[in-house]
Write a protein that binds this ligand. Sequence first.
Ligand SMILES: Nc1ncnc2c1ncn2[C@@H]1O[C@H](COP(=O)(O)OP(=O)(O)OP(=O)(O)O)[C@@H](O)[C@H]1O
Length: 256
Amino acid sequence: MSFLRIQNISHTYFTKKSAKTALSSISLDIEEGSFISFLGPSGCGKTTLLSIISGLLNPSSGQVLVEGRPIQEAEEPLIGYMLQQDYLFPWKTIEENILLGLRILNKSNEISRKKTFRLLKEIGLEGTENQYPKQLSGGMKQRVALVRTLAADPKLLLLDEPFSALDFQTKLRLEDLVSATLKSFGKTAILVTHDIGEAIAMSDTICLFSSNPGQIYKQISVPEQLRNLTPFEARAHPEYASLFQTVWKELENLEK
Ligand SMILES: Nc1ncnc2c1ncn2[C@@H]1O[C@H](COP(=O)(O)OP(=O)(O)OP(=O)(O)O)[C@@H](O)[C@H]1O
């Protein structure tokens, strides 16, 4: 049984005057511990599919099963979200921000708090506990957001363009950090991105979406040689350049 099963999902948005089919017949199986990227032209339904997977949006038809059960039936927080913006509370300290999820979920205890502080340290932010988000750089705030997301110990991470607002160097450093952290905890992750290089460097599989309506056009497996490297190292590997060309051409064909 696959960890995440997306079964024949279609979704139409209705307004008073129109109907827009954002997704049509999406089926996908995702194994536990794997890293999948959703790549495709603007408006092909990537964010809609993430919202459906997270259970925030009910699809017009089809279902999403996590470990064989509908996502809505899960008791534990199965899913963590990391977005383009960090959404930290500016009036709360870093410590209060990273512990917030645990408090809301009633999971705040000595062990979970210690684990969260250890994660903050591992991620290079020890000593920032009493600071406020405005005192940190954009990259540091995204790292805090990652700690907050992981604190609740979700099994599945949904990453909706989490690096796109960062400068290039910070983005590359954070890609390495996020990739290493998720691998070490054995988390399953889905990344929505517009960046072909990021999709290749971080993923095991890339799902290419076509639009109108959004469909999975192709699934591309990232070669083993690249998967065993850090994202930064992968970008320097000869296989990276050739896969980049392949994906680029596929996307160009889609836009014709
Ligand atoms: N609430 C809504 N009501 C009506 N139409 C919507 C709504 N949300 C999205 N859409 C439409 O559904 C389609 C898919 O949108 P979605 O945001 O999922 O695409 P996307 O691939 O994430 O786009 P982008 O890469 O630009 O973020 C688009 O045509 C969009 O205009």
